[in-house]
Structure formats: C-alpha cells, structure tokens
Write a protein that binds this ligand. Structure first.
Ligand code: HEC
Ligand code: HEC
Ligand code: HEC
Ligand code: HEC
Ligand code: HEC
Ligand code: HEC
Ligand code: HEC
Length: 285
C-alpha cells in the first residue's frame, strides 16, 4: 500500500528490515533445549490487520535484533500488554476491568502445571491480535474467538470428548455461539472471567428464550444496517440461524410450529400413500 505519511513510511521500512527474513513461511529452528521446532515466521497479512500493524518490531523486541546474526539471548523488551496499555486512555477498552476479570479466571487461578505463567499473550499473540468491530460477520467472530480456546483445548475437538455431550448437536452450537458465551458469568461483558467447568451453567433457557443472554454479548456486534435491513425477520433470525424460542415474534414462532406440524402431516400422508400402493402391487401380482 502506498503511503505518504513519513512516520508510517519509517515504520514500514523498519518492519521490512525484519520481515524480509521473518515473512518466510519456512523460517524456523530446532530449540537446543527441548528439540521442538520453533516457528519464527510472521504472516504479513495477519500483521497488517492486527492492532499492532503500525508498530515497529523494535518497540517490543530488543533493538539489537536489527543486527544479524542476532546477538545471542537478546533480552525481550516490553512484552506485557498492560505494561503499555494500563494508562492508555482509549475509552473503548476497560483495561483495569479486563485485568481484574483475568485475575479471577480459572486460568490465572489454576494450580495445574501446564497453566503456569498463563498471561494475556497465552490467548492474544501481539502479531495477530485484532479487536472485533461492530458489523464483523458473526460466523467469523464465533470462529475466531473459539479458535483462541481450541488452540489449547484440542482434546475437545475429538469425537471421544464427552464433556459437552449434554448439549444437543454440539457442532451446530459451536458454530453458532462462543465458548465465552457459556464459560463466563452472565453479567460480565468483558468475557475474561473464564469459569471452571463445575461453575459453568448448562442453561438452555438462558439462550433459548426471548430475554436471551446472547443479545448483550455476541449479538451486540450486529451492525445497525443488519438489524434494520431484515426487519421482522431480523427479530427472529440471529447469526444466520433461527434460535428456537428466542424470537421476538410470537407470530413467527407459531408459524414455524405450524410448518413443523404440516411437515409431519405430509410425511405421514406420504407414508400411508406408499403403503397403499405397496399393498395394491402385492394384490395384483
Ligand atoms: C537475515 C535474516 C534475518 C533478519 C533480517 C532478522 N532476523 Fe530475526 N531471526 C533470524 C533467524 C535465522 C533466527 C533464528 C535464531 C538465530 O539465528 O538467532 C532469528 C531469530 C529471531 C528471534 C528469536 C526468536 C526465538 O524465540 O528465539 C527474534 C525475536 C527475532 N529474530 C526478531 C527479529 C527482529 C525484530 C528483526 C528486525 C529488527 C529481525 N529478527 C531480523 C533471521 C533474521
Ligand atoms: C506489541 C509487541 C510486539 C511487536 C510490535 C512485535 N512483536 Fe514479535 N513478539 C512479541 C511477543 C510478546 C512474542 C512472544 C510470543 C510468545 O512467546 O507467545 C513475540 C515473538 C516473536 C518471534 C518469535 C516467534 C513467534 O512468533 O513467537 C519473532 C521471530 C518475532 N516476534 C519477530 C517480530 C517481528 C519481525 C516484528 C515486526 C514485524 C515483531 N515481532 C513485532 C511482541 C511483539
Ligand atoms: C510496546 C508496547 C505495547 C505492547 C507490549 C502491546 N501493545 Fe497494544 N498497542 C501499542 C500501541 C503503541 C498501540 C497503538 C497503535 C496505533 O495507534 O496504531 C497499540 C494498540 C492496541 C490496541 C488498539 C487497536 C485498535 O483497534 O485501535 C489494542 C486492543 C491492543 N494494542 C492490545 C494489546 C494486547 C492485547 C497486547 C498484549 C498481547 C498488547 N496490545 C501489547 C503498544 C503495545
Ligand atoms: C483465555 C483466553 C484469554 C486471555 C488469557 C485473555 N483474553 Fe482478552 N480476549 C479473549 C477473547 C476470546 C476475546 C474476545 C471476546 C470479546 O471481544 O468479547 C478477548 C478480547 C479482548 C479485548 C478486546 C475486547 C474488549 O474487551 O473490548 C482486549 C482489549 C483484550 N482481550 C485484552 C486482554 C488482556 C489485557 C488480557 C490479560 C490481562 C487478556 N485479554 C487475556 C481471550 C482471552
Ligand atoms: C494457552 C493455552 C490455553 C488457552 C488459549 C485456553 N486455555 Fe483453558 N485451560 C488451559 C489450561 C492449562 C487449563 C488448566 C488445566 C486443565 O484443567 O486442563 C485450562 C482450564 C480451563 C477450564 C477449566 C476446566 C476444568 O476442568 O474446570 C475451562 C472451562 C477452560 N480452560 C476454558 C477455556 C476457554 C473458554 C478458553 C478461550 C477463551 C480457553 N480455555 C483458552 C489452557 C488454555
Ligand atoms: C452451551 C454452553 C457451552 C459452550 C458453547 C461451551 N461449553 Fe465448555 N462446558 C460447558 C459446561 C456446562 C461444562 C461442564 C460440563 C460438565 O462438567 O459435565 C463445560 C466443560 C468444559 C471444559 C472442562 C471439561 C473438559 O473436557 O476439559 C472445558 C475445558 C470447556 N468446557 C471448554 C470449552 C471450549 C473451549 C468451548 C468452545 C469451543 C466450550 N467449552 C463451549 C458449557 C459450554
Ligand atoms: C450460549 C447459548 C446457548 C445455550 C446455552 C444453548 N443453546 Fe441451543 N442453540 C443456540 C444457538 C445460537 C442455536 C442456533 C444454531 C444453529 O442452528 O445454527 C442453537 C440451536 C439449538 C437447537 C437446534 C440445533 C440444530 O440441530 O440445528 C437445539 C435443539 C438446541 N439449541 C437445544 C439446546 C438445549 C437443549 C440446550 C441446553 C442443554 C441449549 N440448546 C443450550 C444457543 C444456545
């Protein structure tokens, strides 16, 4: 992208200094300590759409990385999200609130060895993190936000995982609602106080009712145009799906029930018809 802002040009040039190597998808090395492959590549496109697209690499990484070969064990500089953001006056983000909520989450409190050192970065990689905007497609939001959790909780993707079996059609729910819509307290808008399994509600009615908890959460990202465009239907259709019971239109709920009854009647009539034809065949042969 051509830019005329000299400040942005300087940042782009500084980024390019690093990305000429680090944008190579194959850049990686084998860790001398545990033998794991460490991926050193950066996705240019994800970076360009991230919250930090206009930040030079050396704002966070030590300036000595501008030399190559890199000096051994160049110290990280400023990795802590809140270290940079706590005093930032951007009214869109309640940093203090997020910090407190996170401190109360199951991850921050867990004594499990693999939860040690859990931090903001465990879920938000600063190269890729971008915030959700009102009007982003809901299906995309659900996928992005669930991917954060599933990148660690991979065992849940397996069909053998039974912890969500109580939920009818798990796949449909996971495509339509976010993990955080269930795993955080209903009154919390920041979604950072992840509850332990035993405290997570199995609350069908919380979503499948006219006063649904999703309205203040996931569906808060719907754009005004989206809501206005489809009028009556929009009052009943969310997230490209019809959430049974959540409709604001009793007429539509009754209509869908009527259609259901009609379908059942048609299926029965069809079955009876086939039976009669079958009997007719048998009699004539
Ligand atoms: C000539 C290619 C090249 C350039 C230019 C380059 N790097 Fe690297 N970088 C590497 C390679 C190869 C490694 C693997 C380890 C090593 O050789 O030190 C690496 C390792 C790193 C690591 C350590 C990753 C880890 O976890 O061990 C960081 C951080 C890093 N580079 C940041 C930067 C930054 C920031 C810049 C720009 C200021 C930059 N690099 C420029 C090739 C490059
Ligand atoms: C807002 C701060 C921030 C900026 C800006 C930033 N980084 Fe990073 N970078 C980090 C953090 C934090 C990690 C460690 C992530 C982890 O370990 O999970 C990291 C990790 C890395 C790694 C190790 C591999 C990896 O992806 O974990 C490389 C290489 C790297 N950064 C290069 C760069 C380059 C090149 C740029 C500029 C295009 C850049 N970084 C911009 C914070 C930043
Ligand atoms: C070295 C300091 C530094 C660190 C570390 C850092 N940020 Fe930022 N961040 C910035 C700066 C500076 C901006 C403003 C960039 C701009 O205006 O384009 C920014 C922008 C943002 C924004 C606003 C983006 C928008 O839409 O306007 C968010 C949200 C954000 N950062 C979250 C994070 C998170 C989460 C982390 C930790 C994973 C983090 N930051 C780590 C310096 C930092
Ligand atoms: C367990 C994973 C996880 C951890 C840990 C985590 N976040 Fe988040 N964060 C999320 C998810 C998922 C979303 C999207 C939900 C939303 O936007 O409501 C999000 C959204 C955000 C947003 C944008 C939404 C908003 O509130 O406006 C910011 C800013 C943010 N996180 C900052 C942080 C900071 C700072 C920390 C560390 C104190 C942190 N996060 C720790 C998962 C996490
Ligand atoms: C960096 C890896 C990581 C990410 C990302 C992550 N988790 Fe976790 N999660 C853990 C670890 C580790 C534990 C504690 C050990 C355990 O119970 O397996 C845990 C525990 C939990 C528990 C408690 C399980 C119990 O038995 O009580 C829940 C619920 C949970 N996570 C949900 C989420 C949700 C929702 C997200 C996304 C917003 C998420 N996690 C993101 C690693 C992660
Ligand atoms: C409809 C609400 C709902 C949704 C959506 C949901 N969960 Fe759960 N989840 C629960 C409840 C309730 C439990 C407790 C089940 C039990 O204890 O039998 C649970 C249990 C868990 C556990 C602990 C059990 C285990 O197998 O480790 C983890 C971790 C977890 N969920 C993560 C997630 C992640 C990640 C997502 C998103 C892909 C998600 N959940 C989506 C309600 C939900
Ligand atoms: C976090 C909110 C939430 C919770 C909790 C929830 N649901 Fe749902 N449910 C949805 C949404 C959204 C859909 C629409 C999915 C679609 O069809 O795309 C849905 C769809 C369904 C469907 C139709 C699924 C299909 O096959 O298309 C049934 C049946 C259902 N839910 C029953 C339940 C029951 C029973 C519970 C409690 C055990 C429950 N739901 C809990 C949000 C929720």
């Amino acid at each position: 992208m051509a830019t005329t802002d000299p400040e942005l040009e300087r940042i782009a040039a500084e980024q390019h200094n690093c990305l000429r190597c680090h944008a190579m998808p194959t850049l990686a090395y084998r860790s001398p300590t545990d033998g794991e492959i460490v991926d050193l590549s950066i996705d240019r496109n994800a970076l360009a759409h991230s919250a930090h697209a206009e930040l030079s690499c050396v704002e966070c990484h030590h300036r000595s990385y501008t030399r190559y070969p890199h000096p051994r064990r160049a110290a990280p500089r400023d990795f802590d999200c809140l270290g940079c953001h706590r005093d930032d006056a951007d009214p869109r983000f309640a940093w203090d609130h997020i910090e407190t909520e996170f401190a109360h989450s199951v991850h921050a409190r867990s004594e499990a060895p693999n939860a040690e050192g859990f931090s903001c970065q465990s879920c938000h990689h600063p190269h890729r993190f971008r915030t959700t905007q009102i009007g982003d497609p809901l299906t995309w939001i659900v996928q992005e936000h669930n991917q954060v959790c599933l990148s660690c909780h991979t065992q849940l993707i397996s069909a053998a995982s039974a912890s969500h079996d109580w939920l009818p059609n798990r796949a449909a729910h996971w495509d339509a609602v976010r993990c955080v819509d269930c795993h955080t307290p209903a009154d919390d808008h920041a979604n950072h106080r992840i509850l332990a399994a035993e405290d997570s509600p199995r609350d069908c009615v919380g979503c499948h009712s006219a006063d649904a908890r999703l309205l203040a959460r996931l569906y808060h990202f719907r754009s005004e145009e989206d809501i206005a465009r489809t009028g009556l239907i929009a009052k009943a259709i969310y997230n490209e799906s019809y959430v049974v019971g959540m409709s604001r239109s009793p007429l539509l709920d009754r209509l869908s029930l009527a259609i259901l009854v009609l379908v059942v009647l048609m299926l029965t009539a069809h079955g009876v018809g086939r039976y009669l034809v079958h009997r007719e065949h048998k009699r004539s042969s």
